[in-house]
Design a binder for this molecule. Structure first.
Ligand SMILES: NC(=O)c1ccc[n+]([C@@H]2O[C@H](COP(=O)([O-])OP(=O)(O)OC[C@H]3O[C@@H](n4cnc5c(N)ncnc54)[C@H](OP(=O)(O)O)[C@@H]3O)[C@@H](O)[C@H]2O)c1
Length: 289
């Protein structure tokens, strides 16, 4: 049995990792009891908890708000992530750090990004830049870190894209959805399983992309959400990202492919299948039975 600390264990991914059925002992660290930007307190807590593995899911994840609160986003996503990596290295603990497809600028349209591609998001959002700085800090301080990049995370609980589409469909009765932003959805329960598989396999240090299948657009994803939740009667109009102005512009083609995990035999099913599971778990069907 391994003692695993889930940092951000109350969040969308963290809670799935915290409650995932496994023999491993689980510990949690999240606000308000623990604030990872308080590095002294975090170092003390880690020394007390003595985890063998740390999975860091904690982040400033409000992408639009990060534009206005860049300092805080940077402190959490970069500085605190780096400090955590340093303390893990000191303790001899393995570190799994969760990152994002937004470390890529999304300009490459003809093929997905492999783990070995060089990230660059100099002109990306504040959130994206803080996350890339976090990856760099983690690698600087921890010689054997695993960095796990995911995209478009959705889970049975949390304010994610499927939940927002369902809520907007019910509220407005019609939708306009961006059709020129592409990515790959990642289903939290599948991701949690894959992370534990990597842990159990003692996957070598490095970068792992973990997403469910192949690319889709926000529009096609929304269409499928309406279909599988019995809301295909809701009209949906494809629009350009320029018609949906946001404080933080996401990369348009930051499509990941899972090469490193697949090479170890760790596979995630296609997002369509995972979405059907999301519907079964949340009961988000219309009309409700
Ligand atoms: N959601 C996505 O679509 C997506 C896509 C790509 C990558 N990711 C990455 O995946 C990871 C998990 O995302 P998620 O959606 O599960 O995030 P989430 O639901 O926002 O969970 C993050 C957790 O970390 C906590 N936290 C924030 N600041 C903290 C601090 N200073 N000290 C301690 N805990 C703190 C949050 O607490 P509060 O809620 O109280 O702030 C929350 O419980 C993040 O690294 C994110 O960048 C997410």
């Amino acid at each position: 049995m391994t003692r695993i600390l889930i940092v951000g264990h109350k969040g969308q991914l963290g809670r799935l990792l915290f409650s995932y059925p496994s023999e491993h002992e689980r510990l949690g660290m999240d606000l308000p009891e623990y604030d990872i930007t308080d590095t002294k307190a975090t170092q003390y807590a880690l020394r007390e908890m003595r985890p063998q593995i740390v999975i860091n899911t904690a982040a400033f994840t409000q992408v639009d708000a990060a534009e206005e609160h860049y300092d805080l986003a940077y402190r959490i996503n970069a500085h605190a992530a780096g400090a955590l990596a340093r303390f893990c290295e000191e303790l001899g603990a393995s570190l799994y750090h969760i990152s994002t497809n937004e470390v890529f600028d999304g300009q490459r349209r003809d093929q997905p990004y492999d783990e070995w591609d060089q990230p660059d998001n100099t002109h990306g959002s504040a959130y994206a830049r803080s996350k890339l700085a976090g990856e760099n800090a983690v690698r600087f301080y921890h010689s054997r870190a695993r960095i796990i990049r995911i995209s478009w995370l959705f889970a049975p609980q949390g304010n994610n894209f499927p939940a927002k589409i369902v809520a907007a469909a019910d509220k407005y009765g019609a939708l306009r959805v961006v059709a020129d932003e592409f990515g790959v959805p990642t289903y939290g329960p599948d991701l949690a399983r894959a992370i534990y598989q990597l842990i159990d396999l003692k996957a070598p240090p490095g970068i792992y992309h973990l997403v469910n299948g192949e690319k889709t657009s926000r529009y096609a994803f929304a269409q499928e959400i309406l279909r599988v939740t019995g809301r295909e009667h809701v009209p949906i109009t494809p629009i350009s990202h320029t018609e949906w102005p946001r404080p933080a512009q996401p990369p348009l083609h930051a499509v990941l492919v899972n090469r490193a995990a697949a090479a170890l035999g760790v596979r995630l099913r296609d997002w369509q299948e995972a979405l059907a599971d999301w519907v079964a778990t949340t009961g988000e069907v219309h009309p409700r039975p």
